[in-house]
Design a protein around this ligand. Structure first.
Ligand SMILES: Cc1cc2nc3c(=O)[nH]c(=O)nc-3n(C[C@H](O)[C@H](O)[C@H](O)COP(=O)(O)OP(=O)(O)OC[C@H]3O[C@@H](n4cnc5c(N)ncnc54)[C@H](O)[C@@H]3O)c2cc1C
Length: 303
């Protein structure tokens, strides 16, 4: 039976602040994506997601939209944009709600003379999105500092997951492809070492400057499109197959860093998806290896 019953549509339409057919492109760093059938921004995503589960309404949690390729036809059901941004510091332990940006959290940690989180200045997503895929940068990853996350597992209610339960690996987690698939993260605890705020801020400034020189940071993109295969770099392989600068419509493999795809202006999700496939085919043919995407495709794709 379809979830689109009168009762569900009435419930969705009556949600506080809800918008119908809300364009999602503006909520993604790619600036690509069709509309959300229903869209809400909330500081309490768990309450809404719990209600969606009970009612059988499909939902998608949206953080900062920096690792998403949303289909041109948009997303069915309710898109819940998580804007819960509270945080607290207790000695060496720091708690952040899922909607807080990693970059902001990196500065908060430095301001409290805590070290070990400077790398997060390079991750433009939220804490929730970072737990979802064990974000990392400059040779460090969230798994090294995260002690536990809390959230909601469909059918099991609100839970706290110690780091071991999250099964965090290279851009992967139990949420992305394991026992916690479909779960919502509402907050996370990290534990750091006592440090020197000024030194942390200098390190972050150095990394930011280096990044600005080597990656097309000021363009519309989603960061690295592909995961690096063990012992190699996706960017090197894409360059080797001659696809640096390749285009599909207004989507282009970056000339500066081949593991980035840029929206030059008005690119569709379909164009990006075709470019991704072209790259994967060329790399498979030359290296006999299937590149796995780091960016996640969501929404109503043509079958
Ligand atoms: C310029 C640029 C540079 C980048 N550099 C890096 C980098 O160095 N390292 C790196 O790891 N990543 C990098 N990224 C990718 C991105 O910032 C990370 O993957 C980030 O963790 C995504 O977080 P988000 O809030 O944007 O998630 P979104 O893109 O909004 O969502 C991604 C996935 O996470 C899920 N999700 C989001 N919030 C929650 C939640 N609260 N609970 C459960 N699931 C949730 C979504 O449903 C979706 O499946 C970069 C991106 C850009 C644009």
């Amino acid at each position: 039976m379809s979830w689109r019953t009168n009762a569900n549509l009435e419930w969705l339409s009556a949600l506080r602040g809800v918008e119908r057919d809300h364009p999602l492109a503006r909520h993604t760093s790619f600036n690509i994506g069709g509309p959300a059938e229903f869209f809400v921004e909330t500081r309490d995503p768990a309450e809404l997601v719990e209600a969606c589960i009970e009612r059988g309404v499909p939902w998608l949690t949206l953080g900062a939209g920096t690792n998403l390729l949303i289909a041109d036809a948009g997303v069915e059901g309710l898109v819940v944009r998580c804007v819960s941004r509270e945080w607290k510091v207790e000695g060496r332990r720091v708690y952040a709600q899922a909607g807080l940006k990693m970059m902001r959290l990196a500065r908060i940690c430095a301001d409290h003379d805590l070290t070990g989180f400077e790398w997060a200045i390079g991750v433009p997503g939220t804490v929730g999105g970072a737990v979802y895929q064990n974000a990392g940068c400059w040779g460090s990853e969230l798994v090294e500092v995260l002690t536990e996350a809390e959230g909601l597992l469909p059918g099991r209610g609100r839970q706290t997951w110690p780091r071991e339960d999250l099964d965090l690996g290279y851009r992967s987690s139990a949420l992305r492809q394991g026992a916690l698939r479909g779960a919502l993260v509402t907050g996370a605890w990290i534990e750091l070492r006592p440090g020197d705020g000024a030194a942390s801020r200098s390190q972050m400034a150095r990394w930011t400057a280096e990044r600005n020189q080597t990656q097309p940071i000021r363009t519309k993109n989603c960061g690295s499109v592909f995961k690096n295969p063990p012992g190699d770099s996706a960017g090197r392989m894409i360059e080797a197959v001659g696809l640096k600068g390749a285009r599909e419509g207004a989507a282009q493999v970056s000339e500066q860093h081949a593991n980035f795809i840029l929206n030059l202006g008005g690119a569709s999700a379909d164009q990006v998806s075709r470019l991704i496939e072209r790259v994967r085919c060329a790399v498979r043919e030359r290296f006999g290896l299937d590149l796995e995407t780091e960016v996640e495709s969501v929404g109503r794709w043509p079958s």
